[in-house]
Write a protein of this length. Structure first.
Lengths: 670, 231, 248
C-alpha cells in the first residue's frame, strides 16, 4: 500500500499558506472542551504544550524527568538555523530548504522541509521575544556562525548552550500556562501505552515513577514528542533516560515506523575510555569552524603517540594528514557530519587512530589560536611577532567562543585542549528515522501525532548541524498547533473521554502484566547486561558502515538476545516504589525489538545515503571513488514499517519521494 | 511597601540597614573614645555634649537602642527560620571549602557581642542613666556640687580598665566584633543590592574597617589598662 | 582504587533513613562518579541487594538532574562541575566517601539519594517567563538591539541548570542564587523589563512559601555552583525586589 502524505497541492512556496487558509478551525469556546495529551517536554513537546494551552486547549503534559526543563534538548550545544539572512551572505528560505534536502541526501519530503525553512525565521523572533539570550554583536544585533555542510552563516547560538537556552524559553512558555492552570504537568511519569478507542488515539497509560501507580489519562488527541532512539546503541550522546518506548508503543498500536536505520553518527565526540563507560559526550560541531582534524601521516608516529613517547604537538606540519582538507577541499573540516564521521572511521580502521584503543583522531586549535592571536594583536596595535603574546591573545578568543566545551573536555579527559589537540571520535547522536507522519504530523493512527526527533520527517537520511532545534521548535510552536486544530474540529461535540472503558482497561492490564513479569522473573542478569550486549551488536554490525553479512547476523543475534532477555532478566525491588531498574527493563525490552527492525531496514535499503552507509554501494571510480553511492531509481522512498508481531514480520510500506523543486544530485563536498 | 518585613528579602534588607546604621554608630563611638588617649579634656567635653544634648539623648539614643535590639532580634529570628529550612543535617559537611568561618558563624560572634553589650551597659550605660535620670544629676561633674571637680567621664573610663579580667573580656569581644564585621560589612552592602564595579574596592575597604575599628578599641582598652598597671 | 562508601539509604519519604557502608574495588580514575555508582549498583543487583537510587540523566553537566552531597560538598570536591562530570581521579585509593542527598526542607527525600526539587518549578510557574504568546507574530528579532554586555550577563544568569546545589550547600538552605539568576536574566533584557515588578514579587513570594531559608551572603552557593552563577545576581534581585516593593 502506498502511503498518502496528504501534502497540499500547488507550488511549494505556497503550500503551507494555502493549507493554513483552508483548514478547519476550532472556536475558542470549544477549545476549552478539548483535551490534548503531550508526551515529552523537550523543544518539540514543550513548545507544543505551551502553544496548545495558549490557544485554549486543556493540555496534560508528561515527562519522565523531575522537571520539563531537563529534557535532553537541553544538551544541544551549537545552535539553531534560521533563514534570516542577517549576514547578507545570500541566505534565503529556498537556500535553507535546498541545503536541508541536499544535506539529508535527498531522502526527505520536500514539502515538509520547505515549510520548516519557511517558519524558521519566526522561531528566532519568537525566542528573542521570550527572552532567550542569543549571542550578540557589539552593535546589539544578533550574531551568527556557520555550521557543517552549508556555505552561509545562518546559525544563531548562545555560546555552547543553545539547546539549554531554547528549552528554557519553551519551558518558560509552559510555566506561564502551568501557572494559569491550562497545562497540567505530570513530572516523573512514563508513558507505557497508547489507548485507541474506535480506531482513534484517545489516551495513554502511564506509570508514576515515584509511586509505581499505573494511571489512565484520556484526551481527544495524543502528541508524542519523545525524542530519538540513539540509546539502542547503549553508548550514545543521548541522556541515560532517553528511550524509544513511547514511540515503540505507538508503533505497536498501529503507527508505522519509518527509516529506523537512518542514524546520525556525530564526528566530534570524546572517545570511549573503558568498559565502565555509560555515555558519550559530544563536542559541538561548531568546533570544526576553528579546529582542524588530523592524524599522523606515518605509522611510526602513530605508534610513538600510543606509547606516549611522542606528543602530538611535536609532529611536524608536513607529517600530519589533514584528511578532511585533503579529501574535501571545498568544504574541508566543515563537511556534513556523516562524511566527517566515515572519514574518521576510515583513518582509524587503516590503523592511524591516536589513542590506546586506536579509535580517536585529533581536533587541533593551534592554527586558529595563531590566526586569532595575530588578528587581535593587529587590532590592539601590539607586536605580531611576539609568539607568547599571540598565543595568549588567540587563546582568549578561543576561550570566548568555546570556553565551556574546552572546560568540559578538560574535566573528562584530564588534558588541556588549549595546549594539546583534542582527541575525538564519532558517536551515535541523533536518529533521523522515527514514527512516520504525514504533512499534518499525524501518524497512521488518527489523532496520534508525532513531533520533533521522534518523527522521521524533515532530515531525510542525514541531519545538518543546528537543524534539530529548528525542527523541534517549528513543529511545536508553528506547525502542530495548526494541523491538530483541523483534526480536533471534528471533536467539538465529543465531550470528555471516559477512562472507564474496555479499551483503557485492557491497555492497563497489558501494562501491569509486563511489570509483574519483570518483578517476578527469577533472572540472573541485570538490565544493563542486555543493553550493553545489544549496543555492541548495533555498533559493530549496524553502525557507521553496514554490509549484508553483518546485518543478517545482527538480526539473528538481536533476536536471540531478546529471547534470552525475557528468560534471564533480573529486576530487583517492587513496583510500588521508585525503581529505576524496572523502568530500564521496560525500555530495553523495546530497544531489543526496535534494534531488530533497525537492522532489517538497513538490510532492505541496498544503497548508501546519508547516515546509512552500505559497503556494497559505493562509487567505483572517478573523482568520487569510494564515496557513498545513492540509488535513486530503487530507493527514493520512505520505508515505513507496519507492526505485525515480531519485528521480522514487519510489513514494508513505501512513501515515494518526489523531487519537483530540487534536482537529485550525488552529494559532493569535494 | 506593606508587609515587606514578611518577605525574606525584606528581612534581609532590614537586617542590612540596621547593620549599616550600627556600623556608622561604631565609627562615631570610636572617634570619641580615641580622644581619651590623646586628650582627656576633649574626650570629657565631647562626652558631656553627647550625654546631655537633647537631640542625641532623646532622639538618637532611642533610635540606636531600637537599632541594636532590632538587629539582635532579627538576627535570632533569621537564624531560627534558617535552621528550620533544613530539618535533617548532613552527616558530613565541609563548609570551609566554600565559605569563611565568619560568614557561617555570625550568630555566635553576634551572641558574644550581645553578651559584651550587656557588660558594657552594666559598666557604663546603667550608671549613666542612674546618675542622669534617677538621681537627676545632669552636670556631668565628678562632684555635682563642686563646679571645679571636673567632668567624670574620663575618670570613669580609666577606672573600668583597671581590672585585668574586664580588659581581657573587652579585647576578646572586640576580636569577635572584628570577625562579625569582616563578614557583616560587605554582607550589608550585598543585601541592599550593591554589587557592581565598585564592589571590589568596597570589599577591601570593608576589610580595613572590620580590622581597624576593633583594633582601635582594643588599643584604647589596653592603653588605659597599661597606664594603670604601670603607674 | 579501593574505596569505602558511606551512602544514605532511605526506603521512601516517610522512612527515617541511615548511612550504610559499602566497599568497592578496582575503581578506575577515568570513571565518572556516577559510573562508579553504576558499578556499585551492578554489584548490588548481582548480590541480590537493592541498588542505590540516585538522579541522573544527561551525564554531561547540563540537565541539572544529578545532585549528591559528596564528602560534605554539593557535586563533590571539584569546581565548576556537576556530579556526573566529577571524575574518580579526584579521590585517592583507600578514601572513605560520604554520599548524601541534597538536604533542605524544600527538597524532601524521595528515596535514597533522590530528592524532590519541584519547589524550583513552582517558583518558575509564579513568574519565570515573559508573557508573550507563541504565535510567532512578534516583531523582528533584530528590532530591539540589546547591549552586548547586558546580553552576555543575561546569558550567564540563564546558564543556571536548576540543580539545587546552591540550596544544598547553603547553611540556610536559601534558594536566592537560583531565583536571583532567573530574575536577573529577564531584568537585564528589554523584553523582560515590562513585567519586571510583578515577576520579582511573585517569584520571591513563592520562594518564601516553599520554605527555603534566608540568604546571609556566605557566598558558598557561588563557589559550589557548577555553572559559576555570580552573587551579583542575588544583589540584582534584592534591588529589583526593593524597587518593586516601593512601586507596588
Amino acid at each position: 500500500m502506498a502511503l498518502d502524505s496528504k501534502t497540499p497541492k500547488g507550488p511549494i512556496a505556497d503550500k503551507w499558506t494555502n493549507y493554513k487558509n483552508k483548514i478547519d478551525l476550532v472556536n475558542p469556546a470549544n477549545k476549552r472542551n478539548i483535551d490534548v495529551i503531550v508526551v515529552g517536554t523537550g523543544l518539540a513537546g514543550g513548545s507544543a504544550a505551551a502553544t496548545l494551552a495558549e490557544l485554549g486547549y486543556n493540555v496534560k503534559a508528561f515527562c519522565f524527568q523531575d522537571s520539563p526543563r531537563r529534557a535532553h534538548s537541553i544538551a544541544a550545544q551549537g545552535g539553531i538555523n534560521a533563514a534570516k539572512n542577517y549576514q547578507g551572505d545570500g541566505d534565503s528560505t529556498y537556500r535553507l530548504f535546498y541545503d536541508t534536502v541536499k544535506g539529508g541526501d535527498y531522502r526527505s519530503r520536500e514539502a515538509n522541509v520547505y515549510r520548516l525553512a519557511e517558519v524558521s525565521a519566526n522561531i528566532i523572533d519568537q525566542c528573542v521575544a521570550q527572552g532567550v539570550p542569543f549571542a550578540r554583536e557589539y552593535g546589539g544585533l544578533l550574531d551568527n556562525r556557520s555550521f557543517g555542510g552549508v556555505l552561509v552563516s545562518r546559525t544563531f547560538y548562545a555560546a555552547g548552550q543553545t539547546g539549554q537556552q531554547l528549552l528554557l524559553g519553551a519551558y518558560s512558555a509552559m510555566n506561564r500556562q502551568i501557572g494559569r492552570g491550562k497545562i497540567k504537568m505530570y513530572n516523573r511519569h512514563e508513558m507505557l501505552d497508547v489507548v485507541k478507542v474506535d480506531g482513534k488515539a484517545r489516551g495513554i497509560i502511564t506509570r508514576n515513577l515515584i509511586t509505581g501507580e499505573i494511571e489512565r489519562h484520556s484526551a481527544h488527541a495524543v502528541v508524542l514528542g519523545t525524542g530519538g532512539y540513539g540509546n539502542v546503541f547503549f553508548l550514545s550522546t543521548n541522556a541515560m533516560g532517553s528511550n524509544v518506548t513511547a514511540a515503540w508503543k505507538a508503533h505497536k498500536r498501529g503507527a508505522y515506523f519509518a527509516n529506523p536505520c537512518y542514524t546520525q553518527i556525530h564526528p566530534t565526540c570524546i572517545p570511549v575510555s573503558g568498559d565502565h563507560q555509560s555515555k558519550l559526550t559530544l563536542m559541538s560541531e561548531s568546533l570544526r569552524n576553528d579546529g582542524r582534524i588530523w592524524v599522523p601521516k606515518n605509522m611510526k608516529d602513530v605508534e610513538a603517540i600510543r606509547n606516549k613517547t611522542l606528543k602530538p604537538t611535536q609532529i611536524a606540519e608536513g607529517d600530519r594528514d589533514y584528511y578532511l582538507e585533503r579529501r574535501y577541499p571545498a568544504f574541508g573540516n566543515l563537511v556534513p557530519r556523516d562524511v566527517a564521521s566515515r572519514a574518521a572511521k576510515e583513518r582509524c580502521d587503516a590503523g592511524y587512530g591516536v589513542n590506546a584503543t586506536g579509535e580517536a583522531v585529533y581536533l587541533d586549535f593551534a592554527s586558529a589560536i595563531q590566526r586569532y592571536g595575530k588578528e587581535q594583536a593587529t587590532i590592539k596595535g601590539l607586536d605580531v611577532n611576539d609568539a607568547a603574546l599571540i598565543k595568549k591573545l588567540g587563546q582568549e578568543v578561543v576561550k570566548n567562543k568555546y570556553g565551556n566545551l574546552f572546560q568540559m573536555y578538560n574535566k573528562i579527559v584530564d588534558e588541556d585542549p588549549y595546549e594539546t589537540p583534542m582527541m575525538i571520535y564519532p558517536a551515535v547522536h541523533y536518529t533521523m528515522g522515527g514514527v512516520w507522519v504525514d504533512y499534518n504530523l499525524m501518524t497512521t493512527v488518527p489523532g496520534l501525532y508525532c513531533i520533533g526527533e521522534a518523527n522521521f520527517s524533515d532530515h531525510g537520511a542525514n541531519r545538518l548541524g543546528a537543524s534539530a532545534l529548528m525542527q523541534g521548535l517549528a513543529d511545536g510552536y508553528f506547525v502542530l498547533p495548526y494541523t491538530i486544530g483541523d483534526y480536533l474540529s471534528d471533536d467539538i461535540r465529543t465531550g470528555a473521554i471516559s477512562t472507564e472503558t474496555k479499551e483503557f482497561e485492557e491497555a492497563e492490564k497489558d501494562v501491569r502484566a509486563k511489570i509483574d513479569f519483570f518483578i517476578n522473573n527469577e533472572g540472573s542478569h541485570s538490565v544493563d547486561y542486555f543493553h550493553k550486549k545489544l549496543g555492541k551488536i548495533m555498533w559493530n554490525k549496524v553502525g557507521m558502515s553496514r554490509n549484508v553479512k553483518g546485518l543478517t547476523e545482527a538480526i539473528q543475534e538481536i533476536k536471540a538476545l531478546r529471547e534470552q532477555f525475557w528468560k534471564e532478566v533480573k529486576v530487583p525491588g517492587s513496583n510500588d516504589e521508585l525503581n529505576e531498574e524496572l523502568a530500564k527493563a521496560g525500555r530495553v525490552a523495546d530497544f531489543l525489538e526496535l534494534g531488530e527492525l533497525f537492522a532489517k531496514d538497513a538490510l532492505n535499503r541496498e544503497e548508501s545515503c546519508g547516515g546509512h552507509f552500505r559497503e556494497d554501494s559505493v562509487e567505483l571510480d572517478g573523482e568520487q571513488k569510494g564515496e557513498a553511492l545513492r540509488n535513486d531509481e530503487d530507493f527514493a522512498y520512505v520505508a515505513a514499517w507496519e507492526y505485525k508481531g515480531e519485528p521480522s514480520d514487519a510489513v514494508l510500506h513505501k512513501e515515494n519521494l518526489e523531487f519537483n523543486d530540487i534536482e537529485l544530485k550525488q552529494r559532493s563536498y569535494k | 511597601m506593606s508587609g515587606i518585613l514578611n518577605s525574606s528579602i525584606g528581612r534581609k534588607f532590614a537586617m542590612a540597614l540596621s547593620a549599616l546604621f550600627l556600623m556608622f554608630f561604631l565609627l562615631q563611638h570610636f572617634a570619641i573614645n580615641i580622644l581619651s588617649v590623646f586628650s582627656p579634656e576633649t574626650f570629657n567635653s565631647t562626652s558631656h555634649f553627647m550625654g546631655t544634648f537633647p537631640l542625641v539623648q532623646y532622639v538618637l539614643q532611642p533610635v540606636l537602642i531600637f537599632g541594636v535590639i532590632f538587629h539582635f532580634v532579627m538576627g535570632f529570628v533569621l537564624e531560627i527560620r534558617n535552621n528550620k529550612a533544613r530539618e535533617v543535617s548532613y552527616a558530613k559537611n565541609n563548609g570551609g571549602a566554600n565559605s569563611t568561618w565568619m560568614s557561617r558563624n555570625m550568630i555566635w560572634s553576634g551572641l558574644a557581642i550581645l553578651a559584651f553589650i550587656c557588660l558594657h551597659f552594666y559598666d557604663f550605660w546603667f550608671p549613666e542613666i542612674n546618675t542622669k535620670f534617677i538621681q537627676g544629676d545632669m552636670t556631668g561633674l565628678i562632684d555635682p556640687n563642686n563646679a571645679d571637680s571636673g567632668f567624670r567621664y574620663f575618670e570613669e573610663l580609666q577606672h573600668k580598665f583597671e581590672s585585668h579580667v574586664r580588659t581581657i573580656i573587652y579585647v576578646i569581644a572586640f576580636v569577635l566584633l572584628a570577625l562579625h564585621l569582616l563578614h557583616g560589612f560587605n554582607s550589608a552592602f550585598q543585601s541592599v543590592g550593591a554589587n557592581n564595579k565598585y564592589t571590589k574596592g568596597l570589599k577591601n575597604f570593608g576589610k580595613l574597617y572590620a580590622i581597624i575599628i576593633p583594633l582601635g578599641f582594643i588599643f584604647i582598652a589596653i592603653f588605659h589598662h597599661l597606664k594603670h598597671v604601670l603607674s | 582504587m579501593n574505596l569505602t562508601l558511606k551512602i544514605w539509604r532511605q526506603k521512601n519519604a516517610s522512612d527515617k533513613g541511615k548511612l550504610v557502608d559499602y566497599k568497592i574495588s578496582d575503581v578506575s580514575p577515568d570513571m565518572s562518579f556516577l559510573e562508579m555508582l553504576d558499578v556499585l549498583n551492578e554489584q548490588l543487583i548481582n548480590e541480590g541487594d537493592e541498588p542505590v537510587a540516585f538522579d541522573h540523566d544527561c551525564r554531561e553537566g547540563i540537565c541539572g538532574m544529578c545532585s549528591l552531597y559528596i564528602n560534605g560538598e554539593a557535586h563533590g570536591p571539584d569546581r565548576g562541575v556537576t556530579t556526573c562530570q566529577l571524575h574518580m581521579r579526584m579521590f585517592k585509593d583507600g578514601d572513605t566517601i560520604f554520599i548524601e542527598p541534597f538536604r533542605a526542607k524544600a527538597f524532601p527525600v524521595v528515596k535514597d539519594l533522590v530528592v524532590d526539587r519541584s519547589s524550583f518549578d513552582r517558583i518558575q510557574h509564579a513568574g519565570g517567563f515573559i508573557s508573550v504568546n507563541t504565535s510567532g507574530n512578534t516583531i523582528d528579532a533584530n528590532a530591539i538591539p540589546v547591549n552586548k554586555a547586558d546580553a552576555d550577563k543575561a546569558f550567564e544568569a540563564a546558564t543556571c541548570i536548576g540543580c539545587g546545589a546552591c540550596v544544598a550547600t547553603c547553611k540556610n538552605s536559601s534558594a536566592m542564587l537560583f531565583v536571583g539568576a532567573k530574575v536577573s536574566q529577564f531584568a537585564l533584557l528589554p523584553q523582560g523589563k515590562v513585567e519586571a515588578t510583578d515577576r520579582v514579587l511573585n517569584m520571591v513570594r513563592q520562594m518564601d512559601e516553599e520554605g527555603f531559608g534566608n540568604c546571609t551572603n556566605t557566598g558558598a552557593c557561588e563557589v559550589e555552583c557548577p555553572k559559576g552563577i555570580s552573587l551579583e545576581n542575588i544583589a540584582r534581585m534584592n534591588r529589583e525586589y526593593l524597587k518593586a516593593s516601593l512601586k507596588g
